[in-house]
Design a protein. Sequence first.
Length: 174
Amino acid sequence: MKVQPPEAVTPFVRHHPSGDERFAVLDKTLEQYDYHPDSLIQVLHMAQSLFGYLSADVLRYVASSLKIPIAQVYGVVSFYHLFTMLPRGKHQIMICRGTACHVRGAPVILERLEEQLGIKEGETTKDNLFSLYSARCIGACSLAPAIAVDEDVYGKLTPDKIPKLCQKELKKYV
Ligand code: FES
């Protein structure tokens, strides 16, 4: 029997048919983890940072690359709050729904934010500038109720501070 020399073996190479270069970067991450199914969360993190969100196409690609059932990938994405399947705006507004913020009025703060931005929680403004999300705690409990806009925290909020926050403070992100 004739044995092929190692260099004659075709290496395992994947390419997304779109030719989108972001998939080539994602391929590097998959390679780095040796296409191991246990790397699913790390791969999804990279995919979300590359694409901004996890589209059905990206999830299918990750599932087939890691040889994981697509249902399992959807399960992980819907379990972890930080993953999103919807395109996000340029800036993220995160309202805290932790206990300290909740008892100090977070639900009313959320209502006011929704009114001012014209969107519901989980949505993005029409100009794609802001997305509104909630979190269990943003680590600023002493400032409750608090929200974060990207890395900036706004605390000790009251419902009547929200119009000014949206009409003045948020302008600096535009
Ligand atoms: S509970 Fe709101 S910042 Fe911690």
